[in-house]
Design a protein around this ligand. Structure first.
Ligand SMILES: *Cc1c(COP(=O)(O)O)cnc(C)c1O
Length: 399
């Protein structure tokens, strides 16, 4: 047989099968071939449904977008390369120079950085306020306020935003209302049912759930998302097909994971409250939480998988505690299947001054826990033993 040198660059088609794959295929293709120029034209004009170039959209992003939009009760979704890319697409797609934006003062660290440093540098006017009371938002509004952006539950003090009243306010004033639903997920809270226009997600966290993808998403109606979807394609905020494929798989177990993690979080919060060496436990499901009633109003009994607590002492005790945990990684993320802890003073909030941290209630001894799906008794034992060794004679602590 004579070798045709071109054959090595010819892609082999998948074999014929009378049965079909139950798992959706992965489409890593960057580009899609059209029959002729008219067909390609029709795809770009969105007169025909077809993909052209992966930055403009690809099947794995569409599958994931539809799934998340369905969970949120939204008309459509847009997938981005990260939660931060979602926040960027929101701002790039929606704001014009001179617009004023009101946002939560306890938003995710990098989101705050965009709002505090980048937006002012680019000519936008921003006010950050405590969104747990609608009055603070009301007071900050100006004639050029175009958007309100908040997170349902803040990090790491788990304050709850008055989403219902802020939604009414935004609606009355015709201001775009955007809600980051990362901590709550659509299973606990659907912002669109509370007058939000756009929902923002870091899919990296609970939604994908396994700490193996970095992705973001935005949901809303087609008119709201048009300019956002354009920003994603233009500014290159698009997601990788493989990450979308993995996240779609992860979401299939979201309800099981979240239910278990949430039960564990409540059990761990109650348990930690009984232990010596702990000053306070912060969990929206505890009656002692400052926003407990608000959390019940918005979330029912779905208080989430996140809790924080304050250790007696300072950095030496924090270090001893972290080292004493045997199975819980000290890792700055959340929403993984396994429990992880973080220390806001040395990671997410290290950029703030001690006074700013104090204002937010972030003490040196504050530890945030993203509770996973382990067995509750094992978790309690792990935390109980680590606390015990933190406060026993340090010379006896073994690593
Ligand atoms: C992690 C996170 C983000 C950023 O998401 P990435 O996927 O890490 O870019 C935004 N908002 C909240 C509430 C987050 O927890």
């Amino acid at each position: 047989m004579k070798n045709d040198h071109r054959s090595i660059v010819r892609r082999n088609p998948a074999p014929q099968s009378v049965t079909r794959s139950v798992v959706g295929p992965l489409y890593p293709s960057v580009v899609y071939a059209a029959q002729d120029a008219d067909e390609l034209d029709a795809c770009y004009a969105r007169e025909a449904s077809g993909y052209t170039y992966a930055r403009e959209g690809h099947p794995n992003a569409s599958v994931l977008a539809d799934k998340i939009a369905w969970l949120e009760g939204a008309e459509m979704g847009v997938i981005t390369a990260s939660g931060m890319a979602a926040a960027s697409a929101l701002l790039l797609g929606k704001l014009r120079k001179g617009d004023h934006l009101v946002a939560g003062s306890q938003l995710y660290g990098r989101t705050q950085r965009i709002l505090r440093e980048d937006l002012p540098r680019l000519g936008f006017d921003v006010d950050l306020v405590d969104t747990s009371r609608v009055e603070n938002v009301q007071r900050a509004l100006k004639s050029n306020t175009r958007m309100i952006l908040l997170e349902v539950i803040s990090n790491p003090t788990l304050r709850v935003a008055e989403v219902d009243r802020i939604g009414d306010l935004a609606n009355d004033q015709g201001i775009t209302f955007a809600v980051d639903n990362t901590f709550t997920t659509p299973l606990s809270f659907k912002p669109l049912e509370w007058k939000a226009d756009i929902v923002v997600h870091s899919v990296t966290k609970l939604m994908a759930g396994h700490s193996d993808v970095t992705l973001g998403a935005l949901c809303g109606n087609a008119a709201q998302l048009e300019s956002i979807s354009e920003a994603v394609a233009t500014w290159g905020l698009n997601a990788s097909p493989f990450d979308c494929w993995l996240a779609e798989r992860g979401i299939n177990t979201l309800e099981l994971r979240l239910t278990r993690a949430q039960d564990n979080a409540r059990a761990l919060a109650e348990f930690l409250g009984t232990l010596p060496g702990i000053k306070t436990v912060i969990y929206p499901g505890l009656p002692s939480h400052p926003d407990h009633a608000l959390a019940q109003r918005l979330l029912g009994e779905n208080f989430g998988n996140m809790l924080s607590f304050e250790l007696e002492g300072a950095r030496p005790e924090v270090n001893r505690f972290i080292r004493a945990l045997r199975h819980v990684p000290f890792a700055p993320t959340l929403g993984d299947v396994s429990t992880t802890i973080s220390h806001p003073c040395s990671s997410s909030h290290r950029g703030l001054s001690p006074e700013q941290r104090q204002e937010l209630g972030i003490a040196e001894g504050l530890i945030r826990v993203s509770v996973g799906i382990e067995e509750a008794d094992q978790l309690k034992r792990e935390f109980g033993e680590a606390l015990h060794s933190t406060f026993s004679d340090p010379r006896q602590v073994q690593d």
